[in-house]
Design a protein around this ligand. Structure first.
Ligand code: PGA
Ligand code: ZN
Length: 428
């Protein structure tokens, strides 16, 4: 037994930002230190994501996690007892083997990811290091370019508008701190604009203003106005980043824009997005086409990659193999990294490495169901990802991550290791 030997693994039910049950795991080491991890949860999930185990039934609308918690306290705790917390790959592999399914359906990705995160936190504690430093080792680190939600839509706002995330990226900022100041001002300006128009109606799941708009384009227009009102120049100080989350309203290459009562085929969708890129200062588009529409992705990326970052989220589900395939097919040029889509830190890191090897942009991302767990802020820095997507500049489960980045920046001595606009993939 060494000081970093796992001596106890314990889980309990806690709640996420939608008030739904989720799994919190604690891992104690022989030295007495403890690491904690909490599973986040998505609402607009890719069909190839690792599966969260939910109990079904009527309590909590079927979202309870009694079985997932029991799986941690029973089989996972027994299997990990006596292992070395510093051997993250071996620990994660052990859980993958114990589960035995391709998508973690037996033990639950929510059970496994909470433990995987807790093991890493315990390992970092064992070294008396912040998680980002523990993960980085001797590798270079940087503070990520933030993608901050201004309006939330799609599955996060009762489908009030079709686009899921209207975000800004402070591409003109020189430091992470300046980037945050800029987005704080833009977020506030957007709220003022909505109030003046009599359209202020609270916030969506990730803290973006509730999208009281007559069309998707009105949301784009308002985001540009908010950038200007904050005293920033659209396109050079701050630019727009969209998550279309098109799998949510597309099937077999046809897309139904419910708000505008329009149905578009693949070409119509491509044209609409290219028109938006032409008319608005957009630098990034996530999930522009459905995960079942590979031709849409390839056509769009060919036409748009000289101007915008094209991100695969539901398409790639933080999977190294799918990322390699996407690179070969040239279906996008950037990837969202969500640890719970993969289910373990080891698999998420493999996805990130595959993305970097392909020259893809890398964006560590929160889920729409989040908690006070700030581990993803550390992953973005420690894994040297270019960008971080957390939601808006509101709601504590979001702001907790931005605040954690400010702490990390401070701990680094504020010497400007900010990924900046260079974090976007080259426009070739
Ligand atoms: P989700 O949304 O967490 O509900 O999947 C986030 C995203 O699509 O990026
Ligand atoms: Zn997405």
């Amino acid at each position: 037994m060494t000081p970093t030997t796992i001596s106890r693994v314990h889980a309990r039910r806690v709640y996420d930002s939608r008030g739904r049950p989720t799994v919190e795991a604690e891992v104690r080491l022989a030295s007495g230190v403890t690491g904690r991890g909490i599973a986040p949860a998505g609402a607009s999930r890719g069909s190839n994501e690792a599966i969260d185990l939910r109990d079904g039934g009527t309590l909590y609308a079927g979202y309870d996690v009694v079985q997932a918690v029991a799986n941690v306290n029973g089989p996972i705790a027994r299997a990990l007892f006596g292992m070395d917390a510093l051997e993250q790959v071996q620990v994660d592999r052990k859980m993958i083997e114990l589960d035995g399914t391709p998508n973690k359906a037996k033990l639950g990705a929510n059970a496994i990811v909470a433990v995987s995160l807790a093991v890493a936190q315990a390992g970092a504690q064992g070294f008396d290091m912040p998680l980002w430093q523990y993960l980085a080792g001797d590798d270079p680190v940087s503070l990520p370019m933030p993608e901050v939600q201004i309006f939330g839509g799609g599955a996060h706002a009762g489908r009030r508008i079709d686009i899921q995330d209207l975000m800004v990226m402070p591409i003109g900022a020189w430091t992470f701190g300046d980037a945050i100041t800029m987005v704080a001002e833009i977020y506030r300006a957007a709220g003022e604009l909505m109030r003046e128009r009599g359209k202020l109606a609270g916030v969506a799941d990730e803290g973006g203003w509730w999208p009281e708009f007559a069309s998707n384009e009105e949301a784009l227009e308002t985001t540009v106005r908010a950038i200007e009102r904050a005293g920033c120049h659209p396109g050079s100080d701050a630019a727009i980043s969209l998550d279309i989350a098109a799998s949510e309203f597309g099937r077999d290459g046809r897309y139904t824009l419910a708000l505008e009562k329009r149905e578009l085929d693949r070409d119509g969708m491509t044209q609409m997005l290219l028109d938006w890129i032409e008319h608005y200062p957009i630098v990034s588009i996530e999930d522009p086409f459905g995960e079942d529409d590979p031709a849409g992705w390839v056509n769009f990326t060919r036409a748009a990659r000289h101007r915008v970052q094209v991100i695969g989220d539901d398409l790639l589900v933080t999977n190294a193999g799918r990322i390699e395939q996407a690179a070969a097919d040239q279906s996008c040029n950037a990837v969202l990294i969500k640890v719970n889509q993969a289910g373990t830190l080891t698999e998420a890191k493999a996805a990130l490495d595959a993305a970097k090897a392909a020259g893809f942009g890398t964006i560590v991302s929160a889920r729409s169901g989040e908690t006070e767990d700030t581990a993803i802020a550390h992953l973005a820095v420690g894994w040297n990802a270019g960008q971080l997507k957390v939601g808006a500049f509101a709601r504590s489960e979001r702001v907790a991550k931005w605040n954690e980045l400010l702490r990390i920046e401070d701990a680094m001595g504020g010497d400007g290791r900010f990924a900046g606009v260079g974090a976007l993939p080259p426009k070739k």
